[in-house]
Design a protein around this ligand. Structure first.
Ligand code: PLP
Length: 436
């Protein structure tokens, strides 16, 4: 499978954005995250177009947690998208990248006092209230600053999406949001409405991630508009914003067939219209917060192959110079990937190997990869690593986090520097009593 601008050149080398991946590995070192700028921009545009052509009032936000880097936030802003953030750090990154605060939505199931204060101080566009206590906490912060804050209520619509249980976030049994069943969502909405410094603008939900089935999105929409109708009945609430989160899946494996953006937008906007008509409600502004779908397939990670160990009659292990520190998803929830041997991309795939990371765990990146004969020094390009890879990277085993390059039209720009060994100890302190 070739994604975005990936192609195999005359020398049989994988190119992305017109750059040879072998040259990128040589110039910037490995592991290296490569972001295909054109593909990322195209997907942002296609997402907007799919919704804007079907619905009168839409705001598409990039879910910053998927890949929180200033250069990517700049691209998102240039493409006319808003930004959703889930922590003070993501908010800071967005502001540093030049995002206008009123185009930022703050989420988080356990926001700290500093996060609430930063959101109010900077005047973010929306705060999604996640629990009952947060209504009072945010009201107090807003009052202290003499500000009025536009809020959404994060609702757990009780919908189970067909995805890994670790990324199902809209069901009843979840730490996220306020349930419809039992009345918590309604209670939070009532309190927010009564709070003098809060303006209740709408409802938000996010049912999970890497979802291929459109039915849960329709069900969630039905639940959300149904709740809005109940709130209108109860205290005359007008639904201005309906934020349906993100969650649409991407291609990790050859056979993966997620819905097209048009199919998805048709299902979502159709459901919003139907439900609003059913309840006699005006169409709200529709907010979407894709992360994975915008940036997932635009990212590729390059590794250099080190040890190749053949256990006769058992299997061949191919070890690369990264692993769970730059991509924890296989370890976290059994995520599966495709990869291309970048310097042998034109050769037939005659071998089956297991790709291992270098960490002190079993650290398997790919259980079974069909590949040409692999030798030490080869460059392995693991595909669809744009979402939740760089942003979930760690320093496990004191591995410096990899660099990120942005490629387009034959140009490669470094957008995040590789951590250096000095960076690893920069924040360490040795107490005086240990110095002797
Ligand atoms: C509130 C919220 N919105 C949007 C997203 C983005 O989800 P995805 O990357 O699946 O589109 C998430 C992901 O966890 C989320 O928690």
């Amino acid at each position: 499978m070739l994604l975005g601008t990936q192609r195999i050149n005359e020398e049989g080398v994988l190119e992305i954005g017109g750059c040879s991946t072998v040259e990128l590995a040589r110039e910037f070192g490995t592991p290296l995250y490569v972001v295909d700028e054109e593909y990322f921009r195209q997907t942002c545009r296609a997402y907007r177009a799919a919704f804007e052509s079907r619905y009168p009032n839409v705001q598409i936000s990039f879910s910053g947690k998927a890949f929180a880097a200033m250069a990517l936030f700049r691209i998102v802003e240039q493409e006319g998208l808003a930004l959703d953030v889930s922590s003070g750090g993501e908010l800071y990154t967005g502001l540093q990248a030049g995002f206008s605060p009123d185009r930022i939505v703050l989420h988080g199931s356990n926001k700290s006092q500093q996060e609430l204060e930063a959101a109010v101080a900077h005047g973010v566009g929306r705060v999604a209230i996640d629990n009952l206590e947060e209504v009072a906490r945010l009201q107090a912060v807003a009052e202290a600053r003499g500000a009025t804050v536009d809020v959404l209520i994060r609702v757990a619509p009780g919908v189970t999406a067909d995805t890994h249980s670790h990324i199902q976030t809209g069901k009843l049994d979840t730490k996220f949001g306020l349930a419809i069943v039992g009345g918590a969502a309604r209670a939070a909405a009532e309190r927010a409405r009564q709070a003098a410094n809060l303006r209740l603008r709408g409802l938000h939900c996010h049912i999970g991630s890497q979802i291929f089935d459109l039915e849960p999105f329709r069900q969630a929409t039905e639940m959300m508009v149904g709740l809005a109708a109940e709130l209108r009945e109860a205290f005359g609430f007008e639904l201005a914003d309906l934020d349906l989160g993100g969650g649409l899946g991407v291609r990790y494996l050859d056979g993966d067939q997620p819905p097209s953006l048009d199919e998805y937008a048709e299902a979502v906007t159709g459901a919003v219209r139907d439900q609003c008509e059913k309840h006699g409600m005006a169409l709200p502004r529709l907010l979407e917060e894709p992360g994975r779908r915008l940036v997932g397939e635009a990212g590729t990670t390059l590794y250099t192959v080190g040890v190749v160990k053949e256990i006769p009659g058992v299997r061949t292990y191919v070890s690369v110079d990264g692993g769970m520190s730059d991509n924890p998803r296989p370890a976290l929830y059994g995520a599966r990937y495709e990869a291309i041997v970048a310097n042998k991309a034109g050769e037939p795939r005659t071998a089956k190997v297991r790709v291992s990371g270098k960490h002190c765990e079993s650290d398997t990146l790919i259980e079974e990869l069909e590949a040409p004969e692999i030798a030490p020094g080869d460059i392995l390009a693991v595909q669809t690593t744009g979402a939740y890879n760089y942003s979930m990277a760690s320093n496990y085993n004191r591995m410096p986090r990899p660099a990120v390059v942005l490629v387009t039209g034959g140009t490669a720009d470094l957008i995040v520097e590789r951590e250096r060994l000095e960076d690893l100890v920069r924040l360490d302190r040795i107490p005086e009593r240990l110095r002797a």
